[in-house]
Design a protein around this ligand. Structure first.
Ligand SMILES: O=C(O)C(=O)C[C@]1(C(=O)O)C=C[C@@H](O)C=C1
Length: 442
């Protein structure tokens, strides 16, 4: 994975207004994407719920990329997939013409006719383009051959490490908010986003569940990352000097007991990400503040490691999901997981009925999460319902261990749809099966 040095920030609006049709890759290499509300961005925020099953086995037609700036040209080949395909067609027709011409002239003449025009520089026979295969038709990077992966945070964040684990040769693009990572993919600035959804100690990262519903991206994979926290401070600073510890709220929660054991019953302050906390201590030369972050963050921001492995549990794992504009085609030849979200209007025991649709088919659930329904969070009930002052409405997120290509999953979902007023498949994707051991400092 290519690492990115942090520096000043740019915003999506300015990227979209860049007049050049091919923004330089270095633009991204040194900047962090920030959030500026613009009309394009708002369009995605308000994506309506369909209330119907979205089947990842049937990829929706991809939206056209936005204006030219977001679709850089790569060499002589066109910018979009359509350009690229028509380039292939032109090349192919050149080859045919060349062969015909060679037959006629014995190969002496290298001028030929393509689509009625005389042209030079024929494609040599040994470079005849290969026919398209099914892999050519799967979602491909739009920025040359390097996959661009958006993550929240600055270099040194665990999310950057997760992006590298998910896509080893990717170019990781730091974003200042989760929402920006979603938008970077929607606006074709990035090809994928890798975002945390739950941690073995701290629980769910609710913000990302809410954003999954508000945006139209698909879950195409998952990675589990052992998270090994360090306590970082400026060189020369000792633990006794510290009167404040800053980090991402999840990281603070994951180290709460250990901090107390270390005698650091000091102010704890939440910031956007762990590496950002390290960068802040370093940039402001704070001698009374420590950051909880990775060993890589210590290296990047020239901090010392005061304590290593300070997470309260050595098996501290964060699960990240990989998001893309298009779903992947589900398969049955390896373990798959499917994530859905649903809501129901009325009826009794709906949740029980939904869960039993999976239980009766021996499909294991790996996660269930409820979130207050954003549009109708609280409804007051009438006086007859004495004792229940308010009625909450929820969206339920469920992960189960089966592929959408598995007939059991299809039948279960058909049944779930009968009990629910809204159902969406967020993605059907290969399970991360890598065995993990207690987190190490890597
Ligand atoms: O702050 C970071 O480094 C992140 O990547 C975010 C995050 C999170 O959101 O949970 C990721 C992994 C750790 O659990 C702590 C923080």
């Amino acid at each position: 994975m290519q690492s990115l040095a942090p520096s000043s920030t740019i915003n999506i609006k300015s990227i979209l207004r860049t007049p050049s049709p091919s923004p330089s890759p270095s633009l991204f290499r040194h900047h962090r994407l920030t959030f500026t509300v613009n009309s394009a961005a708002r369009r995605f925020d308000s994506a309506p719920n369909t209330g119907s099953i979205t089947n990842p086995a049937v990829p929706p037609s991809a939206p056209p990329p936005p204006a030219a700036p977001a679709t850089p040209a790569t060499g002589g080949v066109g910018k979009s997939r359509a350009d690229w395909q028509s380039s292939c067609a032109i090349l192919a027709s050149k080859v045919v013409s060349q062969q015909q011409n060679t037959e006629k002239t014995g190969g002496a003449d290298n001028i030929t006719v393509v689509n009625g025009h005389k042209t030079l520089d024929l494609v040599p026979v040994e470079k005849i383009p290969k026919p398209l295969t099914i892999t050519d038709l799967s979602p491909a990077p739009m920025h040359g051959s390097t996959l661009r992966v958006a993550y929240q945070g600055v270099p040194g964040a665990y999310s950057e490490a997760a992006a590298g684990k998910a896509y080893p040769d990717c170019e990781a693009i730091p974003c200042d908010q989760f929402e920006v990572a979603f938008q970077a993919v929607e606006l074709w600035i990035a090809d994928r986003a890798v975002l945390p959804v739950e941690n073995s100690l701290g629980g769910s990262i609710h913000r990302n569940y809410d954003l999954l519903l508000r945006h139209r991206l698909h879950i195409v994979g998952e990675v589990q990352l052992p998270v090994h926290h360090c306590l970082l401070a400026l060189p020369g600073v000792r633990k006794e000097f510290i009167n404040r510890v800053i980090s991402h709220p999840q990281a603070l929660a994951q180290c709460e007991l250990t901090l107390t054991k270390l005698g650091l019953t000091v102010t704890r302050e939440a910031v956007d990400d762990t590496a950002g906390a390290a960068e802040f201590v370093s940039a402001n030369k704070l001698r009374d503040t420590a950051a909880i972050a990775s060993a890589r963050a210590a290296e990047l921001y020239n901090l010392n490691i005061l304590a290593d492995g300070i997470q309260d549990d050595s098996s501290n794992i964060t699960r990240f999901v990989m998001l893309a504009r298009d779903p992947i085609i589900p398969r049955t030849d390896r373990p798959f997981k499917t994530s859905i979200v649903f809501a129901h209007d009325k009826g009794t025991s709906v949740l029980f009925k939904v869960l039993s649709a999976f239980a009766f088919r021996n499909i294991s659930l790996t996660k269930i999460e409820s979130r207050p329904h954003r549009n109708r969070p609280i409804r007051l009930v009438d006086d007859a319902n004495v004792g229940t002052a308010k009625h909450f409405e929820y969206m339920f997120y469920v992960d189960f261990e089966a592929s959408m290509a598995d007939v059991r999953a299809q039948n279960a979902l058909a049944e779930v749809q009968e009990f629910t007023s809204f159902l969406r498949v967020l993605g059907s994707y290969p399970m991360d099966m890598t065995p993990w051991s207690p987190s190490r400092g890597d």
